[in-house]
Design a protein around this ligand. Structure first.
Ligand SMILES: Cc1cc2nc3c(=O)[nH]c(=O)nc-3n(C[C@H](O)[C@H](O)[C@H](O)COP(=O)(O)OP(=O)(O)OC[C@H]3O[C@@H](n4cnc5c(N)ncnc54)[C@H](O)[C@@H]3O)c2cc1C
Length: 397
């Protein structure tokens, strides 16, 4: 059956572009479709937000910049900064797409991916139907915030919808942040720096997690910023653990947040939800196209491919293998070469030599044992933690 395209990639973020360049190395010209443009998710980040992962160029010594999407580029070298903000990182992605002449069609929103009985896929898009033999779903998570199942979440503001922390800070003197992982602490720091009183309410006590996997504990950059804010910021923060917020209501003087036992906490400004994102594999256009195991979408270890519909691949931060979250660029890029190899092989193309550099520099991770063994030889030093109160101690109304 003749397809219009051999390979369609949905999403022109780091995952989609990285896979496109790896395929390009093997002689495959993949077409990338994006509903909003190259690097659109990064361009929509709050103005003050920066990558947590540091950029540093040292490619000659075999250490690729942690935020690079290909083995031979570096955001640090391109942007001359260590922690690019969203707009800067989007510029790096634009430069990459231009340099490798990646064909990006935009704005083209994919609304449904339909596997064909005869093999291949048909894509319903805002620009009509597209057919392809292989599809790489690289649509990211940023467009699908998770509101934490909170009733009345519509009254709140999800942190990913903040354009500028100066504008948020102008709304009042005190704020409630729901969620205590990276984006919750980031929100608290921005508000403290602007002289605000902040209450962080979280299930468990995520800010105190000490785990050798940086996907499960606060990044060094966030810890540095929090320490500095606790010492120097004009504002103040209080941490409340075991706060399972389930409901938010409007109240004449502001808002009320309720936990699962109905204890209410009053806040004068719209609560900030830092409750994460839905998996890209649960997005409507591809829902149901992955086998589910233990409540999680399953991808093949051999090629990050749907086990139900061969030829449909995934690349990006929702990737998981053996319990390991591939949610940073340096993690999910480690599989670009794997996806490219699977497609090149099936097209009968040479991949060994074209992808040699990708394998050598960590962009073609075959041995997933790193997912099971994440230990540092030397134990972490104990750290002084900020004062934390149980939710029951919140001033109830
Ligand atoms: C707030 C936040 C901070 C992060 N900070 C870091 C960090 O410091 N370091 C790090 O390594 N990682 C970080 N990550 C994780 C990861 O880098 C990002 O999630 C990254 O953007 C993932 O790349 P991606 O290409 O999968 O998705 P995205 O960059 O989100 O790109 C997806 C693209 O797909 C397009 N798209 C979506 N749906 C469709 C559709 N249906 N049809 C057509 N196009 C579509 C979008 O317009 C977008 O351009 C962060 C993530 C978030 C959300």
């Amino acid at each position: 059956m003749k397809m219009k395209d051999e390979v369609l990639i949905v999403g022109a973020g780091p995952a989609g572009l990285g896979c496109a360049v790896a395929l390009h190395a093997c002689g495959v010209r993949a077409r990338v479709l994006d509903g909003a443009g190259v690097g659109a998710a990064f361009a929509a980040w709050p103005r003050q937000m920066r990558l947590l992962t540091p950029s540093f160029h040292s490619g000659n010594f075999g250490c690729v910049d942690l935020n690079a999407v290909t083995p031979d580029t570096s955001p640090a070298d391109f942007l001359h900064t260590q922690h690019p903000d969203g707009r800067e990182y989007a510029r790096y992605l634009h430069a990459l797409a231009a340099h490798y002449e990646i064909e990006v069609e935009t704005p083209v929103r994919v609304t449904r991916v339909v596997p064909l009985n005869s093999g291949g896929f048909s894509l319903e898009t805002s620009a009509g139907m597209r057919d392809a033999r292989f599809v790489i779903w690289a649509a990211g998570e940023f467009a699908t915030p998770d509101f934490g199942g909170i009733q009345g979440a519509g009254l709140c503001r999800h942190a990913s919808r903040v354009a500028d922390w100066d504008e948020v800070a102008a709304e009042g003197k005190s704020f409630a942040v729901v969620g205590g992982y990276e984006s919750g602490i980031d929100a608290a720091i921005h508000l403290m720096e602007r002289g605000k009183e902040v209450v962080v309410l979280s299930r468990g006590e995520p800010w105190a997690m000490d785990d050798p996997d940086p996907s499960r504990s606060l990044s060094p950059r966030t810890r540095d910023r929090l320490r500095a804010a606790l010492l120097e910021a004009p504002g103040r923060v209080r941490f409340f653990k075991n706060a399972n917020i389930t409901r938010v209501e409007r109240h004449e003087e502001g808002y009320r947040l309720f936990n699962d036992e109905g204890t209410a906490f009053a806040c004068p400004t719209a609560p900030l939800l830092c409750t994460g994102f839905h998996s890209a594999l649960e997005a409507a256009p591809v829902r149901g196209l992955w086998e589910m195991r233990d409540g999680q979408p399953l991808l093949s270890e051999a090629a990050d491919e749907s086990t139900l519909h061969p030829g449909l691949f995934y690349s990006g931060p929702s990737l998981r293998h053996r319990g390991m979250l591939f949610c940073f660029i340096y993690k999910f890029r480690a599989r670009f070469g794997i996806v490219a190899r699977a497609i090149a092989q099936r097209m009968g193309l040479e991949w060994e030599v074209p992808l040699a550099k990708w394998r050598e520099l960590g962009f073609m991770l075959e041995d997933l044992s790193c997912c099971a063994e994440c230990q540092c030889a030397v134990e972490a030093e104990p750290e002084v933690q900020p004062e934390v109160l149980p939710y029951a101690a919140v001033v109830a109304v």
